[in-house]
Design a protein around this ligand. Structure first.
Ligand code: PDD
Length: 281
């Protein structure tokens, strides 16, 4: 495998950044994960728009212009022969002697791009029967709208989920309302068949898959309501599912040991999953 690190294509096994990289010391950086299907990068423009926003919110200058960045991404995918899979892109504030304040303005940002192949059929089969989730108090900082590499709360939440035999942790805010998953956005379907998801104000990451799903819903004529919903409403919902670039409409059939609806994946999430696959064909 090949990775891109600061201007070089290097063997993945030997790729590295400096020990004083600010990503390593302070989690001072942002990232994107983007899906590739049949050789096509899914929602690339939206991902790069969000990257620009994340960079600007934490005041890191983009490491290169967009056209050049796209070339790097395509080259990493090509060198790794990725037809189906994903790329991971990370930008940090660069390497400098450890100091909380920003380094000198001429310190170059660190850019890393990696890619890997995945098997969509295996992933679909693994999640076809639905996944289990747990709920946890949302203990993250207030700027989760920025896709920062500072993911320790998310790491601990996912690990806790795993140890409980679940695949995702769903965060609940102080008012008892669902925010999002540790690495996904959360959706419910109400009794009238409407899709409900939390508004993309600070409090959640505005998922690209979330935005695209809204486009798909428009086309399918499925009404969407952006509003907050509680843990209780989620447990009573007709369907619950999660979305991310790496998890397109995974149905959730059990939360905190309680069965959702009849315990089987619902029609709405299945319809959307199919629609996503059709778009990518
Ligand atoms: N996670 N919310 C959080 C906290 C996330 O980390 C992610 C994505 C999402 C969904 O965003 P999108 O639809 O743009 O993938 C929501 C990525 C996949 C990750 O950390 O691996």
């Amino acid at each position: 495998r090949t990775a891109y690190v600061n201007g070089r294509y290097v063997n993945h096994g030997e790729a590295g950044v400096h020990i004083e990289d600010r990503g390593y010391q302070f989690a001072d950086g942002v990232y994107e994960v983007c899906e590739v299907r049949h050789g096509v990068i899914v929602d690339l423009t939206r991902h790069l728009d969000r990257l620009d926003r994340s960079l600007s919110e934490i005041r890191i200058k983009p490491p290169m212009v967009r056209a050049a960045l796209i070339q790097v991404i395509r080259e990493v995918l090509r060198r790794n022969r990725v037809r189906n899979g994903l790329f991971y892109l990370q930008v940090t504030r660069g390497a400098a002697r450890r100091d909380h304040v920003f380094p000198a303005a001429d310190t170059p940002a660190t850019l890393v791009v990696t890619a890997k192949s995945t098997n969509p059929e295996i992933i679909a089969a693994k999640n076809a029967n639905g996944i289990k989730a747990i709920t946890l108090p949302d203990n993250r900082w207030e700027r989760v709208d920025v896709k920062t590499v500072g993911l320790l709360p998310n790491v601990l939440a996912r690990q806790q989920a795993k140890e409980a035999g679940a695949q995702e942790a769903v965060y609940i805010d102080r008012d008892g309302m669902v925010t999002e998953g540790a690495a996904t956005n959360v959706w419910i379907v109400d009794k009238e068949g409407r899709l409900i998801t939390r508004p993309a104000e600070p409090g959640i990451l505005k998922g690209i898959t979330r935005t695209t799903l809204m486009d798909v819903a428009d086309k399918l004529g499925v009404p969407i309501v952006e509003r907050r919903f509680s843990r209780e409403e989620m447990l009573e919902a007709r369907e619950v599912f999660i979305t991310a670039a790496t998890s397109i409409c995974f149905p959730v059939v059990e939360i905190d040991g309680r069965t959702i609806a009849n315990g089987h994946p619902g029609d709405v999430s299945a319809r959307f999953r199919q629609a996503f696959f059709d778009i990518a064909e």
